[in-house]
Design a protein around this ligand. Structure first.
Ligand SMILES: COc1cc(O)cc(C/C=C(\C)CC/C=C(\C)CC/C=C(\C)CC/C=C(\C)CC/C=C(\C)CC/C=C(\C)CC/C=C(\C)CC/C=C(\C)CC/C=C(\C)CCC=C(C)C)c1O
Ligand SMILES: C[S@@+](CC[C@H](N)C(=O)[O-])C[C@H]1O[C@@H](n2cnc3c(N)ncnc32)[C@H](O)[C@@H]1O
Length: 327
């Protein structure tokens, strides 16, 4: 029994040390001070080789993937209804904002990693379809002397309402993908949509393949975030864009208090009542607290090779959208 306790203690000390070193970080010292942040990062990387966190629990890296898999396997059927209930529909606005930031056009090739039940993919298809329709209308208006027969013919000849766009939803969890496919079928989405079972840390795609990579509420669950970011960089075409929507750090002290109260006192109860699953929703709120704040995550994205990295905090920082380019 002594061993696990000493492991947890060691991991706790490692985390405190890393946090302390981050607080001490000075611009000029970053890469030259051997005992400083770089040393701390190396130290914590060595630790990361064996231990990580699953919510507030310390677990081995090998264990984490299985635990995360179990969480989403368990919540898959109630996932969508839970999101509407917990957020009072606000998650829909956050996801719409991600699309407005992306501004895809007919032809855009999107990879949505940790795409789960397809919320981002469906929004993408709607957006591109509307863009394509608008473009067609503008083109037709520009050719005003066409007869109605010619106009009708032009519409009929247009086979692809997406103008060549495609979205690939990639997720590690079969159950989440199953619900996503059922939703797609029920809503009539077929063309331009593919579902792939795959790990964000080892994407089953060639290099330089996509125009945009999105990950919404997914990266927090990945064991090696740095590896997932490198994979995002690899599969994007030069000029391609990385966009991540994720819970972040609340920047208003009053909202932060209310947010904590709501997160820890209400969310697991809703999880139990609606999904019969307290633990998965406890993991959700704990995992949010383990995820790096806006600035730190921005640095991680830069470390993976992305440029022009920016972020926008939404709803007082409850979530943030990070953006970066592969140049
Ligand atoms: C297992 O893993 C997961 C499972 C999932 O189902 C989903 C995810 C990933 C997540 C998403 C896809 C996004 C959608 C899910 C959420 C947003 C849930 C997570 C929610 C939080 C961490 C808490 C913050 C929630 C919101 C901002 C949504 C809005 C909620 C409210 C305004 C609360 C209203 C509730 C009541 C009035 C009920 C009574 C509440 C109490 C008695 C507790 C005290 C609370 C308050 C006084 C109000 C709380 C105030 C705030 C939270 C601040 C809100 C601030 C603004 C709107 C500016 C997944 O990984
Ligand atoms: C909270 S859901 C987000 C789903 C969707 N993007 C949304 O916004 O509603 C998190 C998803 O991440 C997936 N996930 C977790 N770890 C993953 C990994 N290593 N690779 C790919 N997907 C992963 C889960 O299976 C789950 O479907």
């Amino acid at each position: 029994m002594a061993a696990p306790r000493s492991c947890a203690l060691w991991s706790y000390c490692g985390r405190r040390w890393s946090r302390l070193m981050r607080c001490c970080e000075l611009p000029g010292l970053r890469s030259s001070w051997p005992g400083g942040p770089l040393g701390a990062r190396q130290l914590s990387q060595e630790k990361q080789a064996t231990e990580t966190h699953f919510g507030f629990e310390t677990v081995s890296e090998e264990e984490k993937g299985g635990k995360v898999y179990h969480v989403f396997e368990s919540v898959a059927k109630k996932y969508d209804v839970m999101n509407d209930m917990m957020s009072l529909g606000i998650h829909r606005i956050w996801k719409d904002l991600l699309l407005w930031k992306m501004r895809p056009f007919p032809g855009t090739q999107l990879l949505d990693v940790a795409g789960g039940t397809g919320d981002i993919a469906f929004r993408f298809l709607n957006y591109v379809r509307a863009q394509h329709k608008g473009k067609q209308k503008r083109q037709l208006r520009a050719q005003q002397n066409l007869s109605w027969e010619e106009i009708a013919k032009k519409y009929q000849n247009e086979e692809d309402p997406l103008g060549g766009s495609q979205v690939v939803v990639c997720d590690i969890n079969k159950e989440m993908l199953k619900i996503g496919k059922q939703k797609a079928h029920a809503r009539g989405y077929k063309a331009g949509l593919a579902w792939v079972l795959g790990d964000a840390e080892e994407l089953p795609f060639d290099d330089d393949k996509f125009d945009v990579y999105t990950i919404a509420f997914g990266i927090r669950n990945v064991t090696h975030i740095d590896q997932a970011l490198q994979e995002a960089h690899r599969v994007l075409k030069p000029g391609g864009r990385f966009l991540c929507l994720e819970f972040s750090q609340v920047n208003n002290p009053l909202i932060s208090r209310l947010y904590d109260l709501y997160s820890f006192q209400v969310i697991p109860v809703l999880g139990e009542v609606i999904a019969g699953d307290w633990k998965s929703y406890q993991y959700l709120v704990e995992s949010i607290r383990q995820f790096p704040p806006q600035e730190e995550f921005k640095e991680m994205i830069e470390d993976a090779g992305f440029e022009k990295v920016t972020y926008e905090s939404l709803t007082s920082g409850i979530v943030a959208i990070h953006s970066g380019f592969k140049l």
